[in-house]
Design a protein around this ligand. Sequence first.
Ligand code: GDP
Length: 440
Amino acid sequence: MFNNLTDKLDKAFHILKGHGKITDVNVADTLKEVRRALLDADVNFKIAKEFTTKVKEKAIGENVLTTLQPGQLLVKIVKDELTELMGGDVAGINLSGTPSVILMSGLQGSGKTTFSGKLANFLKSKKGKKTLLVACDIYRPAAINQLHVVGDQIGVEVYSEPENKNPVEIAQNAIKHAKANGFNVVIVDTAGRLAVDEEMMTEIANVHKAIQPQETLFVVDAMTGQDAVNTAKAFNDRLNFDGVILTKLDGDTRGGAAISIKSVVNKPIKFIGTGEKMDAIDVFYPSRMADRILGMGDVVSLVERAQEQYDEEEARKLQKKIAKNEFGFDDFLSQIQQIKKMGSMKDLVGMIPGAGKALKDVEIEDDAFKHIEAIIQSMTPAERSKPSLIDVKRKNRIAKGAGRKIEDVNQLMKQFEQMSKMMKMMQGGGGKNLMKMMGG
Ligand code: GDP
């Protein structure tokens, strides 16, 4: 996520590790590097300076130099301060209205329409809310279509009036429609411009005044760094919004926006967007983000995602199959599909502590399982449940069918065999054999 920043912070803390004895001189050097890392990440100068001053004060207050592990304590202080800077606690959204109205604001291209869809999908699937999406962009017919496409994809109704050129009216009519039809939430997607301009601000301010939303959210592209912070300021001055949505955090973002925005507009980041797909949305947890920035991964989110996908019934069935030695390629395929539902490989790897750093120069494909799936799909059902049926001739055909080399098929079959062996061992020896195998 923030590879560059994580790298630089890691190097800053390395100054302490390199010395036998920690002195106030090398603590000061470390903090200077921390500040430089923040500035490189496009964090506002004043915020970066205040940040390191605070860390220094705390370090003195907690007598860092006299503790047993001064380096670790300093990292902890930095982590706590980063968490605080990004808002401290997690901030929820207000869904108290009947219906609750959420107004989306932001520049064109920030990811507003995509996020409106993601939020509708999130509220529908995670909170069981009947949600209505409203297209209020009266300038670009394509924007209305885009929202309809998104709505179809996630099975959420979209309200639009393509002939009406009055966004206030459209929004009000949509809310009436929602009330009459028992919707719990109304998400109003508005028109954006390429840059902040008066006409757009007046228009959205009018919509805001007329519909009095429970939540006004400001969507911003995290890749735009300091610009994101300035745009946030301009929108907040007019709308006094309730929260920020940071999108495109899956890209190579420098991190400045995530770190600075809260302290500049004094509004919390509520959600983040981490991809183009409808499920690429996460609640923003400041402390988990601080962990990720410091290269500590995000195990809590990883476990949560695994739990969301965990199906007890399926797990039991799988266990039986393994015990009976019936685990086949079809089961392997469905395991892969479950992992894929947890998120993109890049995203998942980033959540494993240390993995981001270890693999930072490795190009991870978004769909890392594509080739494996193609190979398995080229096998016959009989071959999938009994791989020993596959001879050299068939291997060649399977490779051809999947557009891969025969070596790839061989490799997959070997991996599969090893995995089956390992699973049997875990069943038989209560994990003891597995520990042995891994050298434990
Ligand atoms: P709008 O003009 O603000 O409504 O922006 P759109 O929703 O049309 O998004 C603009 C572009 O950004 C589209 O190509 C989206 O697919 C893409 N996009 C939106 N959110 C994300 C995200 O979280 N990650 C990535 N990688 N792309 C995104």
